[in-house]
Design a protein around this ligand. Sequence first.
Ligand SMILES: Cc1ncc(COP(=O)(O)O)c(C=O)c1O
Length: 361
Amino acid sequence: MSDWPSHGGRPEQLLPRFGLAGDNEIIDFSANLNPLGPPVWLAQQLAASVAELALYPDPDYREAREAIARAEGLPAEQVRLTNGGAEAIFLAAALLASQGVSRATIVQPTFGEYARACRHYGIAVEHVELAPGSFALDEASAAEAMRDAAALFLCRPNNPTGTLLGREIIEHLLAAGQHHGATLVVDEAFVDFVTPDERLTPLLARFDNLLLLRSMTKLYAIPGLRLGYLLGSATAVERIGELQPPWSVNALAAGLVAPLLADRDYLARTRAWLDAERPWLQGELEALGLDVVPSHANFLLFRDAHGESMPALLAHLARCGILARHTHNFIGLEGAWLRVAVRSRLENRALVEAIARWRNP
Ligand SMILES: Cc1ncc(COP(=O)(O)O)c(C=O)c1O
């Protein structure tokens, strides 16, 4: 594994590599967070609930789980609240290990924590790689994984490509898995950004070998709060409840779940922003000769159409006060691509202008 930071979003870890001070003023395109920022009412609500710190949270998080269940159209027994999407990933791996799963396949390039979580629980990891450039999935090799291994992890839409696997492929994989006793774990951390709504929740009614992982971090721009959840069959969720440390989510974060999900206006404003900004940014990047992967998420992956060095562009952008996400630790990308979050028009324009200066110094 490379010595590059394994996640985006901490400029002080990357800037010294380019001879820059870690506290340099920076526009951060390396973490895929909603640029609208957390809903405005959130800080006040947090302050108003500080008294709850004196009490243990409800160990079952009933209120939060019921709010999620209502939003997802599921019984609360199929919902587990987690400490961010990251804990949901580790709980999925813990569940698999407790079921005796010893090998899992991961569709790559993707978020690195699936492999880390599997290894943490003693599950050997294999990979199925998406086709270079198009990032299409070879369905046959994925289906094979649902036969040979007892679990397949994939991310939909996928970080870092932004691509979205078709629902039919997912159904085929689930049916194969049902037949061979394999579980499909789908990380939908970025599904809130997909329009029209493509979440796989309805499939839970037909497939008890499906686990869905969610993060509230990206949409609500709350990486420091740590909120996520896991959806699955009532049996799987009950078992996961036994594996999860008690009070894993703090009371203040848990108390925000229902009001966050109820804020439909925030979601509408987010969708309006993304519908306008993503095509604009993609068009501007393409006009600068970059090869941009069409994205269903709030970020774009690109490389130079003529093979110019992306690490060189990463360094140039850092000197311009812009942090992009390197791809050195994504299997199959190995630094040849960059990923940027879609941000506000002003910030996106700054990114485009900085790339234009790299093209024409
Ligand atoms: C695909 C994916 N899943 C899960 C996570 C973790 O989310 P959280 O911050 O809610 O733990 C991330 C964070 O970058 C991610 O990219």
